[in-house]
Design a protein around this ligand. Structure first.
Ligand code: ACO
Length: 371
């Protein structure tokens, strides 16, 4: 029996992430996302996803050191990026820069686990640099070199804005990175696993994942959400705008989920962060508009906000340019993608499903000149 969109099809076993759509629970390697968001850091979460357990203090410090040491991009990659058209969408830049990076990786020809962990470390370190450098380059500025004394979140905001972020901004982004790090067999992770299942290299798998995340039904939705909020512009206009969208049977970005049929536990944290950051700005407009939309969609469609809904106002309030929202998602999800690629390699079987053929049969070939 064909399942449109592979809904509810179990396509792999995995210890990395459990999504319980009925109860609205998200677990990384046995740890509840609420605990991780409260107590962990993105770097510690990366360790957890890759190695299947929490690090000791030494293991944690070693990974943090490695992640900091690998932030620089090879000069040629920066040179190539400077030649890209300035209007190139940042997700396309990320996808292309990762392809170029593959050619400079000293472990490029080694597909063993140790080499792949080194590659995963480099990719996780270099994603924020690619994204921030691109924003500098397209604005006619020299890229701001990464610092080695800041966290992944702090360094990214520093490279983007040229000034060290405050604690609230750094911790907000850090939590957002924890929340986005993995999500079982979402479309981009599945794409990465399908690629890895052919035993192609990790860079190829990640390029496939980046292209898949970019779509508006997946990670691209956070950018659509901010576009919608800014288009609506003010709270009193929310009702008419959303009513019209629903009447026209348009999808409202940031709502609905293939697996969650209740509150997405990531949205719980992002909603709170959106409010906190709004209060800091002395402007709760985006938060209030978002709350109103949330109420309307739940009442009308029975749909809950997903991870992309409140991350939009959070990123906006952190001063992140709108078209970098999906790349910021990728900056976190690279940890989950690489964890899944490592898991796929460790117990690989080619992923090759079947299609139910619904086309014609027994047609007779008619030579071109007789058609
Ligand atoms: N707004 C309005 N209606 C919606 C929405 C929405 N956001 N999402 C689903 N629906 C409706 C559909 O129109 C459909 O109604 P119908 O049965 O009357 O035709 C029904 O709910 C089922 O929707 P599907 O698209 O078939 O559900 P599916 O499980 O395939 O899709 C998806 C899930 C893609 C997330 C969908 O809810 C959607 O398009 N949401 C908007 C985009 C979005 O926010 N994507 C990010 C998802 S989270 C992530 O990827 C990180």
């Amino acid at each position: 029996m064909t399942k449109a969109g592979l809904e509810d099809v179990v396509a792999a076993t995995s210890t990395i992430c459990d999504v319980n759509g009925k109860e609205g629970r998200l677990i990384y390697q046995g740890y509840d996302i609420h605990d991780l968001a409260k107590h962990s850091t993105f770097e510690e979460t990366v360790y957890l996803l890759w190695f299947g357990r929490m690090p000791t203090k030494t293991e944690y410090e070693t990974l943090v050191k490695e992640l900091k040491a690998n932030r620089q991009l090879p000069a040629t990659v920066i040179k190539v990026m400077k030649d890209f058209p300035k209007t190139t969408p940042p997700m396309d830049v990320l996808r292309s820069a990762v392809s170029v990076l593959a050619m400079f990786d000293p472990d490029a020809l080694d597909n063993g686990r140790e080499a792949n962990i080194r590659k995963a470390t480099r990719l996780t370190s270099q994603f924020p640099t690619i994204i921030a450098h691109w924003d500098n380059i397209r604005n006619g500025k020299e890229p701001i070199a990464p610092r080695t004394d800041l966290s992944t979140a702090g360094n990214f905001l520093y490279m983007l804005n040229g000034k060290e972020p405050d604690e609230l901004s750094t911790r907000s982004l850090d939590i957002a990175l924890i929340l986005h790090a993995d999500h079982e067999l979402n479309a981009s992770t599945f794409a990465a696993r399908v690629a890895a299942g052919t035993l192609t290299d990790i860079y190829s798998a990640i390029v496939a994942a980046i292209g898949t995340l970019a779509g508006p039904l997946h990670g691209g939705a956070n950018q659509e959400v901010i576009k919608m909020l800014l288009k609506i512009g003010e709270e009193p206009k929310v009702e008419a705008h959303i009513k019209k969208m629903l009447e026209e049977h348009k999808k409202v970005s940031g709502f609905g989920h293939r697996v969650y049929k209740t509150e997405d536990p990531r949205a719980t944290h992002l909603r709170k962060m959106s409010e906190e950051l709004g209060k800091r700005e002395g402007n709760l407009k985006l938060y209030n508009m978002s709350r109103k939309i949330e109420e309307m969609i739940l009442a009308d469609k029975g749909l809950y906000a997903n991870v992309d809904f409140y991350s939009a106002s959070v990123y906006y309030l952190l001063g992140i340019p709108q078209d970098l929202f999906t790349p910021v998602f990728a900056m976190s999800r690279i940890s989950g993608w690489t964890a899944h690629v490592l898991e796929q390699y460790s117990n690989n079987r080619l992923i090759r499903p079947r299609a139910e053929y619904t086309g014609p049969s027994n047609l007779n070939y008619v030579p071109l000149e007789q058609r």
